[in-house]
Design a protein around this ligand. Structure first.
Ligand code: FAD
Length: 647
């Protein structure tokens, strides 16, 4: 239990001092907790070392999970038996599906979280995970030797050295140091070492091992966080109320309900900046060293300073979000800032709803080292160092979901390597996690990487609703990170959906009869003379329930899946087409690519980056092109179509 936490930790410490582990995970943030739990699920004796036990699972910045693109990652992590989806269902206090006006493939499940409940859930899950030991401590250095002659790379990691001088050995180490690697915090003109407010940075020794001993290329990134505001000092009547969805939708495929009841959910509020905000930003620029160093800031979570400097004269959105069920604080999303605290107060008071607001904790910025992720394999292992895996913000990403997704996959592979099992990969065609990892290791990052649905070429197939079918079966059968309980459930869903789709397909009638059966639906004349139930379900006005009430004997048994079946029906033609294209690529592996192609002038939709790679390498076959780093499946489809027509 959480009450016995300190006892467990001290007992763990004495074990850790003498034992050798299969896997050591450094860092208890979103990447580290998923990595440790996944490694243990795969079967590895795992040690999670983090600077402070109390901050394991902490949400450093925004109290929310999911969103467009990010919600897809949470569903996939859950399908692979990860923690964050279930933690979100436990700690969520305001659930909504974003992007509802668009198709279900790009809906974004999202929740505001109670910070404390989220952390407690993650900690108690880790405490009850077999084969996992937690240890409070700071890792100062990686232990490294030369690789054996038969091993790839030049180095092999053998363990860690802690700040107290003790060493723990392991076959694999996963580094997930987040914003802590040589971290510096910025407020106004002050700079201090730190990974997050109240937390020391990771030691310089660790950066030194990575750069000097292992020869890894590193870079420096930055981000920031807003001040936390005292809730009762805010006049919420001057902001626009945003209620949650009436029925909360859980993230986890294992949950039918969220812990928070519909009526207990808390609202968010929306307000806007005023010209006064811009004035304070400009007046305080000379006192703001974080923004002076780089006025642009991170593209995806820009500070209010960068926003008003880039887009002067505009009103910017500010979301006032609850921090917890009983928390006295509000999180003003959109007001990340690094000016001196007294100027922060002046700035927020320029917004009508915040005209008497009090600041509980000022906003601040952070700068930290990241490792250029092109030095990693698709298993997230450092190519030059056997057994060393990196995940999370250290790879140049931003966001909890991106960190958690990498953590899970690095943990899986670290465990598999330690247990002498082959590495496993996820492709861009089967998951957003595959897209994320492929983007990182093939393209690298120049600014903090964030997931968007537009990054996934096959997004209509990679939907939040079907992540279990895409990943839970593979996760159990091939990867070993999924429990038998989840596997059985995914199998049941797969079989039921298969039966239901077959029943819909077999339900054929003439268009005339369909019109009589569903008089309220305009069934077009252009469609075939005979239509299946599946084709009729594709009509906007037709729901599965409508069909089930007309054909109760055949369809009622599958009513539990009515929403999923509607989505399957809508996307089936498109997904079938994509599947055929992928199969076509596989079949045409040996197709020759003419050597005289001018890739820069090809009249097909290819990015400049793809054209440059193809021009530089000039692959001789389609198969060779598919294996090039940075070439997407969509680019291969375009290339295949072009060459087929040219021939
Ligand atoms: P973290 O969550 O940072 O966890 C790292 C963990 O490693 C910590 O537990 C730390 O104690 C531990 N650790 C570090 N070094 C050692 C060591 N040597 N030994 C032992 N343990 C160690 N994300 C957004 O998406 N939007 C934002 O606007 C945003 N703003 C942010 C602002 C700030 C100020 C900060 C600090 C973070 C912000 N983030 C933001 C980033 C978000 O917090 C991260 O994306 C996410 O937490 C990354 O997860 P992680 O697991 O990689 O690292």
């Amino acid at each position: 239990t959480l009450q016995s936490f300190p006892v467990v930790v001290s007992r763990c410490w004495s074990q850790a001092a003498r034992q050798r582990y299969h896997v050591i995970v450094v860092g208890g943030g979103h990447a580290g907790t998923e990595a440790a739990a996944a490694a243990a699920r795969v079967g590895a004796e795992t040690l999670l070392v983090s600077q402070k036990i109390q901050t394991i699972g902490a949400l450093s910045c925004n109290p929310s999970l999911g969103g467009v693109g990010k919600g897809q990652l949470v569903k996939e992590i859950d399908a692979l038996d990860g923690l964050c989806g279930r933690a979100g269902d436990w700690a969520g206090i305001h659930f909504s599906i974003l992007n509802r006006r668009k198709g279900p493939a790009v809906w974004g499940p999202r929740a505001q979280l109670d910070r404390q409940h989220y952390r407690e859930f993650i900690q108690s899950e880790l405490l009850s995970t077999p084969r996992l030991t937690l240890l409070e401590g700071s890792v100062e250095e990686l232990l490294v030797t030369e690789a054996k002659p038969d091993e790839p790379g030049q180095h092999r990691v053998t363990g860690i050295r802690l700040a107290n001088g003790s060493q723990v050995s392991a076959s694999s180490v996963v580094l997930t140091t987040g914003t802590f690697l040589s971290g510096s915090l910025f407020v106004g003109q002050n700079t201090m070492p730190g990974g997050r407010i109240g937390d020391a940075p990771s030691s310089a020794g660790l950066s030194h091992t990575l750069r000097e001993r292992l020869g890894l290329r590193t870079g420096r990134l930055r981000t920031g966080t807003p001040p936390r505001i005292v809730k009762e000092s805010v006049d919420l009547s001057l902001a626009v109320l945003h209620p949650p969805d009436g029925t909360p939708t859980p993230f986890s495929f294992l949950n039918k309900h969220t812990r928070c009841k519909p009526e207990e959910q808390l609202p968010c509020h929306l307000t806007y900046t005023t010209p006064g905000v811009e004035k304070v930003v400009k007046e305080s620029l000379h006192l703001n060293c974080h923004i002076q160093q780089d006025t642009k800031g991170p593209r995806y979570c820009p500070s209010i300073e960068s926003r008003v400097l880039r887009f002067p004269g505009r009103q910017h959105q500010v979301w006032l979000e609850p921090e917890g069920l009983t928390s006295e604080l509000l999180y003003p999303q959109g007001l990340s800032m690094t000016m001196p605290p007294e100027m922060q107060l002046s700035l927020i008071r320029e917004i009508p709803a915040l005209h008497r607001a009090e600041i509980h904790t000022p906003g601040y910025g952070v700068q930290y080292d990241f490792v250029c992720p092109t030095q990693l394999s698709p298993a997230l292992q450092v190519k030059s160092t056997q057994g060393l895996f990196l995940a999370g913000q250290i790879n140049g990403t931003t966001g909890y979901e991106e960190a958690a997704a990498q953590g899970l996959w690095a943990g899986v592979n670290a465990a598999r390597q330690a247990l002498s099992m082959p590495a496993v990969t996820l492709s861009r065609t089967e998951s957003y996690i595959g897209v994320l990892i492929d983007d990182l290791v093939c393209r690298g990052v120049t600014e903090p990487y964030r997931m968007f649905t537009s990054r996934a070429e096959f997004r209509t197939a990679l939907r939040p609703d079907n992540a279990d079918l895409r990943l839970s079966l593979k996760g159990f059968e091939e990867v070993g990170c999924v429990s038998s309980e989840r596997y059985q459930e995914a199998l049941r869903v797969k079989n039921s959906l298969g039966e239901a789709l077959a029943a819909l397909q077999d339900l054929t009638m003439s268009t005339h009869k369909w019109r009589k059966t569903l008089p309220e639906v305009h069934i077009s004349d252009a469609k075939a003379a005979v239509l299946s139930g599946l084709a009729v379900l594709q009509y906007n006005q037709v729901s599965y329930q409508m069909l089930a009430s007309c054909f109760p004997d055949v369809l009622r048994p599958f009513s539990e899946f009515s929403q999923r079946l509607k989505i399957e029906a809508v996307y089936k033609p498109h997904c079938d087409h994509q599947k055929k294209e992928i199969e076509r690529i596989q079949k045409e592996e040996n197709m020759s690519l003419p050597q005289d192609i001018d890739y820069f002038s090809l009249p097909v939709s290819l990015s400049q980056e793809v054209r440059e790679i193809l021009d530089r390498v000039r692959p001789s076959t389609l198969g060779a092109a598919t294996r090039l780093q940075g070439i997407t499946p969509a680019a291969i489809v375009h290339l295949l179509n072009y060459v087929t027509h040219r021939n």
